[in-house]
Design a protein around this ligand. Structure first.
Ligand code: NAD
Ligand code: UFG
Length: 333
């Protein structure tokens, strides 16, 4: 059985479907601080199997002791955490608590119960902004532009130290680039509360009339059309990467790091045009000032994942946008 912390969230819920469909038994631990119980029904609707669910906090030792005591957990995918870059400046202690302390508590309980396989959700934001593109796993880590990114870097170090202390640990650190898209059924997707920080949820709110226009954060970057370039990856491709990484851990110990990206950079205008193609509607926008901390370009060299895991992202930007739009139409109204 695999424990998915944060398994009712955006990425965790897609991973749950992937694992259940792959024949794994899944138990979800989530405090529902950024997701809802209905997601469990939807995971069941898609996969035909209902994952076990426990509502609880990953920082709560008693909850974890009970969980590991009651269920035959063999490995963990750790998604639970906070992820809003802007909020991390306002509430750094909450970010360190949820992301760093939460992981520390989880690892301690895993160790106590002799569970040593873990897949951790890291981020491309751990890389130094001055690295050349594309980013391989060898690129320098450091100088994260925000507290959120620093919490991910701290956890990566903690995992490395843990692996050094005991060869029983098998650890996968997955550095996600920009996960977007949704399940093609329209049943699972991303539903941030309030005004979205990220590009795709913002655009879908503009398209559904909930927000007036997109603010493009800068058109004077050193990129082809002047807007920021990112490596957008479909959440379904990302989920398959988790399954492959987990399977790799069965035969390898120590710390293993993989970039999960497509290797292709798309600008803000590329994403806008993809939405316009897919929806047949035009997206009102205005050019605004650059957002603090935003870099011009960020995309992956994903070849290590291909080599080690035989994993490669297959879905195109149009696929991502089509699925994100279907999800928005079914759910944002
Ligand atoms: P999400 O907010 O949709 O999912 C996180 C889930 O964790 C939510 O369901 C939330 O309720 C739960 N949670 C939060 N704190 C918890 C706690 N203390 N105990 C139990 N459950 C808790 O986010 P997501 O986009 O699915 O991200 C999953 C992971 O991937 C996070 O660690 C995030 O930092 C990381 N990540 C996300 C992105 C992205 O762009 N979405 C990029 C890089 C890395
Ligand atoms: N952008 C806009 N307008 C918006 C929102 C975004 O122009 O309303 C632009 C940004 O300036 C950037 C691009 O769209 O050029 C993508 O921005 P997102 O906020 O969607 O994503 P980021 O690349 O800033 O950050 C994401 C995640 C982080 C993660 C990082 C690297 O939100 O958690 O990818 O993995 F750390």
């Amino acid at each position: 059985m695999i424990l998915l912390t944060g398994g009712t969230g955006f990425i965790g819920s897609h991973a749950a479907v992937e694992l259940l469909s792959g024949g794994y038994d899944v138990i979800v631990l989530d405090d529902l601080s950024n997701s809802s119980f209905e997601v469990i029904d939807r995971i069941e609707k898609i996969s035909g199997i209902r994952p076990k669910f426990v509502q609880g906090d990953v920082k709560d030792v008693a909850v974890l002791n009970k969980l590991f005591g009651e269920f035959p957990i063999e490995g963990v995918m750790h998604f639970a955490g906070l992820k809003a870059v802007g909020d991390s400046f306002k509430y750094p202690l909450e970010y360190y608590s949820e992301n760093v302390v939460g992981t520390c508590v989880l690892l301690s309980v895993m160790q106590a119960f002799g569970v040593y396989d873990i897949v951790f959700s890291s981020s491309a934001t751990v890389y130094k902004p001055s690295n050349d593109m594309p980013l391989s796993e060898q690129a320098e880590v450091g100088e994260q532009s925000n507290p959120y990114g620093r919490t991910k870097a701290v956890v990566e170090k903690m995992l490395a130290d843990l692996a050094l202390s005991d060869p029983k640990w098998s650890i996968a650190i997955l550095r996600y680039f920009n996960p977007i898209g949704a399940h093609p059924s329209g049943l699972l997707g991303e539903a941030p509360n309030g005004v979205p920080n990220n590009l795709v949820p913002y655009i879908t709110k503009v398209l559904t009339g909930k927000l007036e226009r997109l603010h493009v954060f800068g058109d004077d970057f050193d990129t082809e059309d002047g807007t920021g370039v990112r490596d957008y990856i479909h959440v379904e491709d990302l989920s398959l990467g988790h399954l492959k990484a987990y399977e790799f851990l069965k035969h390898h110990s120590g710390v293993n790091v993989w970039n999960l990206g497509t290797g292709i950079g798309h600008s803000v205008f590329d994403v806008v045009r993809a939405f316009e193609r897919v929806t047949g509607r035009s997206i009102p926008y205005e050019i605004s000032a650059r957002r603090e901390g935003d870099i011009a370009r960020c995309w992956a060299n994903p070849s290590k994942a291909l080599l080690d895991l035989e994993w490669k992202a297959e879905r195109t930007l149009d696929d991502m946008v089509r699925d994100a739009w279907r999800w928005a139409q079914y759910n944002l109204n």
